[in-house]
Design a protein around this ligand. Sequence first.
Ligand SMILES: Cc1cc2nc3c(=O)[nH]c(=O)nc-3n(C[C@H](O)[C@H](O)[C@H](O)COP(=O)(O)O)c2cc1C
Length: 148
Amino acid sequence: MKAIVIYTSIAHGNTGKVAKAIAETLNADLIETEKVNPNDLSNYDLVGFGSGIYNGSLHKNLFELIAKLPGPFVKKAFIFSTSGYGKTTSNDKLKAELVRKGFEVIGSFACKGWDTYGAMKLLGGVAKGRPNDEDLQEASTFAKTLQI
Ligand SMILES: Cc1cc2nc3c(=O)[nH]c(=O)nc-3n(C[C@H](O)[C@H](O)[C@H](O)COP(=O)(O)O)c2cc1C
């Protein structure tokens, strides 16, 4: 299985840590969203998309990338995110977009990530120290369920 992990991590590098843990477990290529050539993704069996959650959704550059893919794009995909709340429901909008494009979404992972957005900053942020070693271990366990 050839896999690639695509990620955007602009606030604190939180999602970058998760992306690395998943890519290492899958022995996958790891690349930032801005550097992806949409035409290259057809070389992979499994494509992972991840970012922080910014105002309720994954980063818009992932949506833009998906829009640029030659479709229908019949591949397996998974989603991962970090956020103040750490809920997988925040991944659902991107999931719908991937399904619309023809992907089969075989997994969705979320964990907490240090959040200093808005008024949270005054309190030192929420979820300080996240993702921690346990989160990264869970990300790795999640990645093992994707091995197709
Ligand atoms: C502009 C902005 C908007 C955010 N919106 C949300 C949000 O809607 N829900 C949430 O739980 N966290 C939110 N956060 C917190 C981030 O999702 C969290 O810090 C995440 O781990 C950042 O990932 P990154 O370091 O990989 O960019 C927001 C952060 C920023 C900077």
